[in-house]
Design a protein around this ligand. Structure first.
Ligand code: ADP
Length: 620
């Protein structure tokens, strides 16, 4: 017998599961059945593709039994792919996905109490320890003739011993604790299997003793019965007209770890040149790993109902990684490899059609059900924006799907709605990107646009600065960032020219004083109250964007110098105009530049210098 320790994160996870999911302890059964179903899927696939297993005759099934005696137990077994010695030690001793580990690490105490959040990633096998004081797993790997038993009380160690098993598969025995006793019962098991596992594609049998009574109602004995509890049909292959919204919702919750109904389901059964079925879901909440590089893809691939993979990121474009569901093709070969998959014409047709379908449904919702669409946007606006950057084929639809905050509207607005509100003389869609909504709303740059009655879109996602310039135009209207040099004199060309002429001497003085700190000093026709503001060259990233890129570890960026846009009406500018004292001019100019940067959330490079200048000015 070998005794081994769990990896540390398993102990952590165990603790977390037991405390967070306590009120949902019954989900352990869903987890065990789902593992059994995966094991059956894997073996079914191997018998079709692996030479050494082709002769294995096998009728996939899951069996559940219990004992109500003094020692209450629950047994879940499958005749699937099974686990060998090392699989038992590794798979039941670690958490496979690094994303899960990181996710766990980053949870706050508050979040740890939220069972929805925890339930979102598969807690898996370990949830058994919520209801069991001891768990024994006897498993024999397909193709091998030795069996092993894994056993643990979930308190830090497990043992591995030689065991017996007639054929391939896994038998899990839970020795129920006080919390779990209630599950050694026919009715509660039936209810749970129906609720959580009805759509598992393999039959689930429950073994129980049925009491028999005589005419007088006296118990005369009992008979052992084995009854199939679930309907065991791949839901997506059933006709759409047979299915109710509840069926889809249950299927979704059973096949993901989400406890909330999805916002939307999209079921497509295509026949003709390509034969396939797709069933997609839009979750109510963004998956926890949506922005992790090692996110888990949400779409499973089947070929003729045989499960192929749940780990293929190319089934849908990256920006649709929040979509959950199933693609089941009739035309792909079963032993399709990842390489084949990625260049396969059939697959690429399914993918293209699926994207069109999903975006089309979203468009429909956005037109017909704004309330629901707002929920979708609150979660998935950002990934849809990513699509604008990469998916040119669907650019028009994506442009109609993305939403933005604005200076004049509550909530989100679309580009089309913005256009419909534009002033008659307005020829440009204005936006300001970088930073949160509150900070953007305070930007002095907005003053001039407000005065003219022009709406400005406020772009608060960190990727807007990259995505929006790539849009260029919307229905022939150019999009302009108001904090870029191209927008400086655009609002009022005549006025700007006049100002530039008037201010020639001040601008020159300031430019000389600021020297290399600025690319240029220009006269503003947009500022009303503020004395100065930062803009950047059309081709440079905004100052906030530069900060984001730095925070992301891009340190080799060339330092970009800003343009200082000044308000000639400001009394400070008048002071510069009237002064010949070079020191004084330098102090004023530098402080103006620094405070313009501070308003953008950027600390002066040399705070001590800034304070010195400010003090000198204050003491004058
Ligand atoms: P998950 O199912 O999310 O991967 P689990 O902790 O439930 O996490 O299971 C860990 C691993 O153990 C599985 O990925 C699988 O490889 C293996 N496993 C669990 N149950 C079974 C089973 N009944 N048959 C074969 N392998 C299993």
């Amino acid at each position: 017998m070998e005794q081994k320790k769990f990896k540390t994160e398993v102990s952590e996870l165990l603790h977390l599961i037991i405390h967070s999911l306590y009120s949902h302890k019954e989900i352990f059964l869903r987890e065990l059945i789902s593992n059994a179903s995966d094991a059956l899927d894997k073996l079914k696939y191997l018998t079709l593709t692996d030479e050494s297993l082709k002769t294995l005759s096998f009728t996939p099934r899951i069996d559940i039994a219990f004992s109500e005696g003094d020692e209450k137990t629950l047994v879940v077994s499958d005749n699937g792919v099974g686990m060998g010695h090392d699989d038992l030690a590794d798979d039941l001793g670690t958490i496979a996905r690094s994303g899960t580990k990181n996710f766990l690490k980053n949870l706050t105490e508050e979040q740890k109490k939220d069972s929805n959040l925890i339930g979102q990633f598969g807690v898996g096998f370990y949830s058994s320890f919520m209801v069991a004081k001891k768990v024994e797993v006897i498993s024999r790997k397909a193709g091998s003739d030795e069996a092993w038993m894994w056993s643990s009380d979930g308190k830090g160690t497990f043992t591995l011993t030689n065991a017996e098993r007639d054929s391939q598969g896994t038998t899990i025995t839970l020795y129920l604790n006080e919390e779990g006793e209630e599950f050694a019962n026919r009715w509660s098991l039936e209810r749970l299997i129906k609720r959580y596992s009805d759509h598992i594609a393999f039959p689930i049998f429950l073994t129980y003793d049925k009491d028999e009574y005589d005419d007088k109602g006296k118990k005369k004995g009992s008979e052992r019965k084995v009854e199939q509890i679930n309907s065991a049909a791949a839901l997506w292959r059933r006709s759409k007209s047979d299915l109710k919204p509840e069926d889809y919702n249950e299927f979704y919750k059973n096949s993901t770890y989400d406890s909330e109904d999805p916002l939307l389901y999209i079921h497509t059964q295509a026949e003709g040149a390509n034969n396939y079925t797709t069933l997609f879901f839009i979750p109510a909440k963004a998956p926890f790993d949506l922005y992790h590089a090692d996110y888990k893809p949400g779409v499973k691939l089947y070929v003729k109902r045989v499960y192929i993979t749940d780990d293929e990121k190319e089934l849908l474009p990256t920006y649709l990684r929040f979509v959950r569901g199933v693609i089941d093709s009739e035309d792909l070969p079963l032993n399709v490899s990842r390489e084949i998959l990625q260049q396969n014409k059939i697959m690429s047709n399914i993918r293209t059609a699926s994207v069109k379908k999903i975006l089309g449904e979203l468009k429909k919702i956005s037109d017909q059900n704004p309330e629901l669409y707002t929920k979708i946007i609150e979660q998935f606006n950002r990934p849809l924006k990513e699509g604008l950057y990469g998916d040119y084929g669907n650019r028009e639809t994506l442009l109609s799907l993305v939403r933005f905050k604005s200076t004049t509207e509550e909530g989100f607005t679309s580009l089309a709605a913005y256009k419909s509100r534009m002033k008659e003389d307005q020829k440009t869609i204005y936006y300001l990107a970088g930073g949160n909504e509150e900070a953007l709303k305070r930007s002095p740059l907005l003053e001039g646009y407000k005065k003219k009655g022009y709406e400005v879109l406020l772009m608060t996602d960190d990727i807007d600065d990259i995505v929006v310039p790539s849009i260029g135009t919307f229905e022939e209207l150019p999009l302009k960032a108001i904090n870029k040099s191209g927008a400086v004199d655009e609002l009022d060309k005549e006025e700007s020219k006049k100002k530039a002429k008037e201010g020639k001497s001040v601008l020159k003085k300031m430019k000389k004083a600021l020297d290399k700190r600025v690319k240029d000093v220009v006269a503003s026709s947009r500022l009303v109250d503020a004395p100065a503001v930062i803009v950047v060259d059309d081709n440079d990233p905004s100052v906030q964007m530069q900060q984001i890129l730095k925070a992301m570890g891009q340190t080799d960026m060339p330092e970009t110098t800003p343009i200082l846009e000044v308000n000639l009406e400001s009394p400070i500018l008048k002071k510069i105009e009237l002064s010949d004292d070079e020191n004084y001019i330098a102090e004023l100019s530098n402080v103006l530049l620094d405070q313009a940067l501070i308003s953008e959330g950027v600390m002066p490079k040399d705070p001590a210098d800034f304070v010195k200048r400010l003090n000198s000015l204050l003491s004058r």
